[in-house]
Design a protein around this ligand. Structure first.
Ligand SMILES: O=C(O)c1ccccc1NCC(=O)[C@H](O)[C@H](O)COP(=O)(O)O
Length: 264
């Protein structure tokens, strides 16, 4: 595992420790039945026009970029993405490294319920325990993130089962062939290639170009990170990506609608 990711994961385990308790699959299934069903993340990624789906990320800062949009309102940004026609949103809920909160996610999903269309939201955080899956479901998320390299197979199995019981999709994030193999062995339906090397903070779309053609046919393929312009999106599409996940360039764009259109 990379140094920064090791540091973030260690912090995350420490941060959630006070909230950790046993969370059964029954409890999550009951919660799922009690709450309104979130819109499907998986379905939104499978565009009927065969175009590239866009997952637009709300991200105020990051370890690699530093401040991106300090103090930006998650609600305002979500409304901009919604009117720009984003297929899904990714809402960073980690405070320490990314400046996000769970409350951002709650507010965004509530605003979509009040003013449709309800755009499916990924809880973008460093998941280590089913309690975070419960929080994600309560906050109105449609999906959670599973970073393959950061977790043991047992942890992945537990998180995946928890997500399924709670009615959430799981985005498996990978950066190598070995991680792809692990994601496939867990029957991942959605796999994202992170083009960012989390050790050196360089991004290289060639990682998507190498890995996505090796995906099983039925898996939804996402190219993540370092997508700034139409040509980057075209490269992702050309290697077989169904969707792209874009943070920094959309957060910095004076007009996300125009940039998002250019990606398609
Ligand atoms: O972005 C980082 O610096 C980072 C560092 C350590 C762990 C994860 C990190 N990023 C998470 C992401 O996956 C990106 O936010 C996402 O793919 C969007 O990337 P970008 O379009 O380049 O902002």
């Amino acid at each position: 595992m990379s140094d920064k990711l090791t540091e973030i994961m260690a912090w995350k385990r420490q941060e959630i420790a006070p909230d950790v308790r046993s969370v059964s699959l029954d409890e999550l299934a009951q919660l799922h039945r009690a709450l309104p069903s979130p819109p499907s993340f998986l379905q939104a990624l499978r565009r009927s026009d065969d175009g590239l789906a866009v997952i637009a990320e709300i991200k105020r800062r990051s370890p690699s970029a530093g401040e991106i949009a300090a103090g930006a309102s998650a609600l305002t940004q979500a409304a901009r993405y919604q009117s720009a026609g984003a297929d899904c949103l990714s809402v960073l809920t980690d405070q320490k490294y990314f400046g996000g909160t769970l409350s951002d996610l709650e507010q965004v999903t509530a605003s979509f319920r009040e003013s449709p269309p309800a755009v499916p939201c990924l809880r973008k955080d460093f998941m280590v325990h089913p309690i975070q899956v419960r929080q994600a479901r309560e906050a109105g998320a449609s999906a959670i993130l599973i970073i393959v390299r950061a977790l043991t197979d047992e942890e992945i199995m537990t998180l995946h089962a928890a997500a399924t019981a709670a009615g959430l999709d799981a985005l498996f994030e990978i950066h190598s062939e070995a991680e792809l193999e692990r994601a496939v062995s867990h029957r991942a339906q959605i796999i994202g290639v992170n083009n960012r090397d989390l050790a050196r903070f360089t991004t290289d779309l060639a990682i998507s170009e190498r890995l996505i053609p090796q995906f099983p046919r039925e898996v939804v393929a996402i190219s993540e990170s370092g997508i700034h312009r139409a040509e980057d999106a075209a490269r992702a599409k050309a290697c077989g990506a169904d969707a792209i996940l874009v943070g920094e360039s959309l957060m910095r764009a004076p007009d996300p609608t125009e940039l998002l259109r250019s990606f398609r």
